[in-house]
Ligand binder design. Structure first.
Ligand code: FMN
Length: 317
């Protein structure tokens, strides 16, 4: 099994609370070559948890798409993976989450401390699937235990077909900067494996530079896409033509409206929409005031009323 051949180089990162189906479709429409769901608890899936099951609902519009799982018990992750395979192009396993409630359950980046356990899990799960299995890792748990090359090699030997590297340690969280030289070192250590570079791509220029400086196969973009899904179109354009078109404010605003309509189509709750309203309106002139009002809203109707007023007052028609 192999990683899908993507039509572009830039991928939307899995982001809990952000990478919902509407946001993924939005990014796909605006140039993302691949998207990932936010991480889904393998235990939650196996126990039939309704909230978890909603997280891996996939739209027909978003192929190729990866479903990301987290967990620690190989059998549970296997069962969950078998349950979600189907429409997913890839099933990815999270070895990078630094959040305490994940780490204290020996999931996410906590597993980076135990390469034997990782290898066993990857072997068990990949052998049971007819969908490619991949991993997303960090540099290591701490500054003193950077074992990403060893972990990646063992994952690949056990059946993983691609490795995404967020080039920070777990202890770093999101502090400091991502060490892109580690992405380059990983690609050099595993030249025949798909390596996805990740960390601190905030502009189209960063995205193209990561490709060129590290030699990675694909670039995964998280926070840089959250406020600006157009980053994918722009990075694609920069890569192919050497320049890209700036996005006018009204286009950004229409993108936010496009998200709302997708969120309605997929029946997402208002808390989700509100959180995207906050990030997608960043950078739109005059929208600071709109955000101050939106933060107090409790329903889509209120939100849309404010949006309509803003639209008329600012000539976004
Ligand atoms: C709000 C948020 C939620 C995240 N949730 C996940 C997740 O569910 N799974 C995962 O592998 N990484 C998750 N991440 C990490 C991102 O996928 C990515 O590795 C990280 O943000 C670094 O990339 P960036 O600098 O492009 O943002 C999350 C990051 C953010 C900001």
């Amino acid at each position: 099994m192999t990683y899908p051949a993507l039509k572009g180089k830039f991928i939307l990162a899995p982001m809990s609370g952000v990478s919902d189906v509407a946001f993924r479709v939005l990014c796909k429409r605006h140039g993302a070559a691949m998207t990932y769901t936010e991480f889904c608890s393998a235990d939650g899936i196996v126990q039939g948890n309704a909230v978890t099951r909603k997280l891996f609902f996939l739209s027909d519009e978003e192929n190729p798409v990866g479903v990301q799982l987290f967990g620690s018990n190989p059998e549970t992750v296997r069962k969950a993976a078998q349950e979600v395979e189907g429409k997913a192009s890839v099933i990815d396993f999270n070895l990078g989450c630094p959040a305490w409630h994940v780490v204290q359950n020996n999931c996410g980046s906590a597993l980076m401390k135990d390469p034997d356990a990782i290898e066993e899990l990857v072997r068990t799960v990949s052998a049971a699937l007819s969908t490619p299995f991949t991993v997303k890792i960090r540099l290591g748990f701490t500054e003193h235990t950077k074992n990403f090359i060893q972990v990646a090699q063992r994952c690949v030997a056990a059946g993983a077909v691609a490795v995404a590297l967020h080039a920070r340690t777990s202890r770093q969280g999101y502090s400091g900067s991502a060490d892109w030289s580690a992405i380059k070192a990983l690609k050099q250590a595993l030249p025949d494996t798909i390596i996805i570079g990740n960390g601190d791509v905030f502009s189209p220029e960063d995205a193209v530079r990561m490709l060129q400086e590290t030699g990675c196969d694909y670039v995964m973009i998280g926070r840089g896409a959250r406020n600006n899904p157009f980053i994918f179109t722009q990075a694609n354009e920069l890569l192919t033509t050497g320049a890209y078109t700036p996005i006018p404010a009204e286009k950004k605003f229409f993108l936010f409206e496009e998200y709302i309509s997708l969120a309605q189509e997929y029946g997402l709750d208002y808390a989700r929409i509100k959180s995207h309203a906050m990030s997608l309106t960043k950078g739109i002139p005059g929208a600071k005031e709109l955000r101050e009002q939106l933060v107090r809203t409790t329903s889509l109707i209120e939100c849309q009323r404010l949006v309509d007023i803003f639209r008329t007052e600012n000539g976004y028609v």
